[in-house]
Design a protein. Structure first.
Length: 428
RNA sequence: GGAGGGAUGGCUGAGUGGUUGAAGGCACCGGUCUUGAAAACCGGAGUGUGGGAAACUGCACCGUGAGUUCGAAUCUCACUCCCUCCGCCA
């Protein structure tokens, strides 16, 4: 049973692992606990292997009476091993991924670093309204009825807002499947890098617990919606069901990179965010999202992540929304992340940049448990590297468009690139 | 929901209690031949894990988990998934 972080790395460079996980606010004692049980595991395994070899020999020689006795000894040692193994794996699973070299060390989001700022926030000669005020006035967003029907943190998107949703999805798919655009996005990151277009996917939104666990996304459980009658979880992102597309598979090197762009609804309980962003559709239990997921060779995975960010930036730049790119500090990364970048978009009503996109590099942390491998040209196999990233969190993007494109009259212009999909230039 | 069939290596496909970690084919790697390639022929090669500096070597793995047996891919039970047919359904 594979766990997540490379076991050789923990065994051979425990101090490096300890230092790395401490920077992610994880108790480095985990490593010692793991190593202690691992040493026991190895000793017992050795003893057991010897006993089994003897059992084979005895049974080949038909020494049945001695074999019967030996078998009893084996049973006892097997029990012993099982107990130690469960304990060892428990610690193993809890060791997070190692941050990349360029990840800033820091306790929390305060230490995230701004990499670049693109686009100038528009100066309004009036006080800009927030997205809910605009949305309600224009008949685009209805949270009151949604609250009666479904509860808080739900919303109806109506009229032009519903059209904007499909416009964004359509635009995203058209862009990510366009070889020319993808080629130039790849060139912008690194000369000669693959600009292979994305394969569009509509993935399932229900997922089995076991697969969720292998994705490293089951925890925190209280954030997930669970359907007890069938023991299934609702996905919190298309990533959850795109990532396992190649589980228990060996991909040929020549077929990489494999890139998917998925559209799905995302479900989040938002436990632990009580009282935060309660206004409007910025943080809701159910929203639609277009998501990228890719499988690459290990040596390409950082470039792939930069490519993902390049795609995100192209889209936001073409929508003419001001944004900035940040790299999350060690303390703000998720456990499976090696490198985590966010794209934050300008929200005029609040006068701040707010997270609308993320791009996560998981290296081989997920693929090890998913058992997704690459067979290299020389025949050797190793774990593929995985990346995921937001294309559009549709609700938040609509909110950003409403706020950034509002006029003094309380109307909202439609971004140029979306006009052909919506069929109009202004929402009034 | 009901009835039946199935799950074996990167893929395909043999194998129904004792050197079977597993025939054959495809794909892959090395070589012969060729101006080069293809074809043909010869050879190599499963995965994980433990020990070892290495050569090498122990063990585990035939959907998953239990069980029977001195010995299990092969027998028993449970579960999961896939396929076919019937029913229901957008």
């Amino acid at each position: 049973m594979n766990a997540m972080l490379d076991i050789d790395l923990i065994r051979n460079e425990p101090e490096r692992v300890k230092k790395a996980i401490a920077s992610k606010n994880t108790d480095s004692k985990l490593v010692d606990d793991f190593l202690w049980f691992d040493a026991k595991w190895r000793a017992i395994t050795n003893r057991l292997d010897g006993l089994r070899a003897r059992q084979k020999q005895l049974s080949m020689e038909r020494k049945i009476d001695i074999a019967k006795q030996n078998k009893e000894v084996i049973k006892g040692v097997e029990e012993e091993l099982k107990v130690v193994e469960v304990k060892r794996d428990e610690f193993w699973m809890r060791i997070p991924n190692i941050p990349s070299d360029d990840t800033p060390i820091g306790k929390d989001e305060i230490e995230n670093k701004v990499i670049r700022v693109v686009g100038k926030p528009k100066k309004f000669d009036f006080k800009p309204k927030d997205h809910l005020e605009l949305g309600e006035a224009l008949g685009l967003i209805d949270v009151e009825t949604a609250a009666k029907v479904s509860g808080t943190r739900f919303a109806y998107l109506k009229g032009a807002a519903a059209q904007l949703e499909f416009a964004l999805v359509h635009y995203a798919l058209a862009t990510l499947t366009n070889p020319n655009v993808m080629r130039s996005a790849a060139e912008g990151v690194k000369s000669g890098y693959s600009g292979k277009p994305f394969v569009p996917v509509v993935p399932p939104v229900l997922i089995r617990p076991e697969v969720m666990r292998r994705m490293g996304r089951l925890e925190p459980k209280e954030e997930r919606y669970h359907i007890p009658s069938d023991d299934l979880y609702l996905v919190g992102s298309a990533e959850h069901t795109l990532g396992p597309l190649h589980m228990d598979q060996t991909i040929l090197e020549k077929d990489l990179p494999i890139r998917y762009v998925g559209f799905s609804t995302s479900f989040r309980r938002e436990a632990g965010s009580y009282g935060k962003d309660t206004r409007g559709i910025f943080r809701v239990h159910q929203f639609d999202k277009v998501e990228m997921e890719s499988f690459t060779l290990p040596e390409h995975s950082i470039t792939e992540q930069d490519f993902f960010v390049g795609v995100q930036e192209y889209l936001m730049w073409s929508l003419e929304l001001p944004y900035r790119v940040i790299i999350c500090s060690t303390g703000d990364q998720g456990d499976p992340d090696a490198r985590h970048l966010d794209l934050e978009t300008w929200f005029p009503s609040e006068g701040i940049y707010r997270e609308t996109h993320s791009a996560d590099l998981m290296t081989d942390y997920q693929s090890r448990r998913l058992n997704t491998k690459v067979r290299r040209v020389d025949g050797k196999t190793e774990f593929a590297h995985m990346n995921d990233g937001t294309v559009f969190a549709v609700g938040r993007t609509i909110a950003a468009i409403l706020e950034n494109y509002q006029t003094k009259e309380g109307e909202v212009e439609i971004p140029k690139v979306l006009q052909k999909y919506v069929g109009k230039k202004i929402i009034s």
